[in-house]
Design a protein around this ligand. Structure first.
Ligand code: IMP
Length: 207
C-alpha cells in the first residue's frame, strides 16, 4: 500500500490527558489516530514559540517530518489576567522543571493569594494544527478559547492540569468537576477541534 493511502494521523503529544480528549473529540473522523506513546520514542522539540499557534506548528511540523505522516498537535494553556497573561505558553513549565501538575496549580494559587474574586479572570486557549508531510507549509489550524475565573481552592478530580481551579464563565463547577462530555462541550480544545474537524475529515479522505 502506498504510504499516502494509509493516511493515519499522529496525535503529537506526550500528555495522556490530551490524547484521551483528542480521541473522544475526533471519534467521528474515519481514520486511525495514533498517539506518540504507541510509536518509537523521539526527543521532543523545543517549544520556543511566542504564541500557542507557533508552538503547535513547531510540534506538528517536527513529528510530521520525523515520521512522514499527518500530524495533529495542539498547544494550550491558561492565561490569567492578574498575572499579565502568565502562565500562558509556559503553562506546562510554570515554576520550572521538577514540579508536578499539582505543584504548579498550588504555585498559581499562591501567586494569586491577594487577588480578589472579581479580578481572577482567566481563560484557557488552544491552537490546533494539522500538517500534511507532503506539503508542510500549507497547514490547517484553528483556535479555541474558554473564558472563566480562578477559584481559591482546588475542586474536583476529573480532567488534568489546572482544571481543579478553573470555573468557566456562567458555570459554578470547575472543569475538574464536570464529566468528560461536559468539558468537551465548552472547552478550548473542544472548540478548536470542532472548528478544524470538517477540514481534517476532508484532508484524510482525499490525501
Ligand atoms: P502544552 O502541552 O504545552 O500545550 O501544555 C499545556 C499545559 O496547559 C498543560 O500541561 C496544562 O498545564 C495546561 N492545560 C492546557 N489545557 C488544559 C486543560 O484542558 N485543563 C487543564 N490544564 C490545561
Amino acid at each position: 500500500m502506498d504510504e499516502r493511502d494509509s493516511c493515519r494521523v499522529l496525535i503529537a503529544t506526550q500528555n495522556t490527558g490530551k490524547v484521551r480528549e483528542f480521541r473522544r473529540l475526533l471519534s467521528g473522523i474515519p481514520t486511525e489516530f495514533v498517539g506518540l506513546g504507541e510509536l518509537e520514542k523521539v526527543e521532543a522539540p523545543e517549544e520556543d514559540g511566542a504564541t500557542f499557534l507557533e508552538n503547535a506548528v513547531i510540534k506538528a511540523r517536527y513529528y510530521s517530518r520525523h515520521f512522514g505522516e499527518f500530524a495533529l498537535a495542539d498547544d494550550s494553556g491558561l492565561v490569567v489576567d492578574a498575572l499579565d497573561g502568565a502562565p500562558g505558553v509556559r503553562s506546562a513549565r510554570y515554576g520550572g522543571d521538577g514540579l508536578t501538575d499539582l505543584d504548579r496549580l498550588h504555585l498559581l494559587l499562591e501567586n494569586l493569594r491577594d487577588v480578589p474574586a472579581d479580578e481572577r479572570t482567566a481563560r484557557f486557549e488552544c491552537a490546533v494544527v494539522v500538517i500534511d508531510p507532503a506539503d508542510d507549509k500549507d497547514f490547517l489550524h484553528s483556535l479555541g478559547t474558554v473564558e472563566g475565573r480562578i477559584i481559591f481552592e482546588p475542586r474536583g478530580v476529573n480532567g488534568f492540569g489546572y482544571d481543579p481551579i478553573f470555573v468557566p464563565l456562567g458555570e459554578t463547577r470547575t472543569t475538574a468537576e464536570m464529566s468528560a462530555d461536559e468539558k468537551d462541550a465548552l472547552s478550548h480544545r473542544g472548540r478548536a477541534i470542532r472548528a478544524i474537524a470538517p477540514a481534517l475529515s476532508n484532508l484524510v479522505s482525499n490525501p
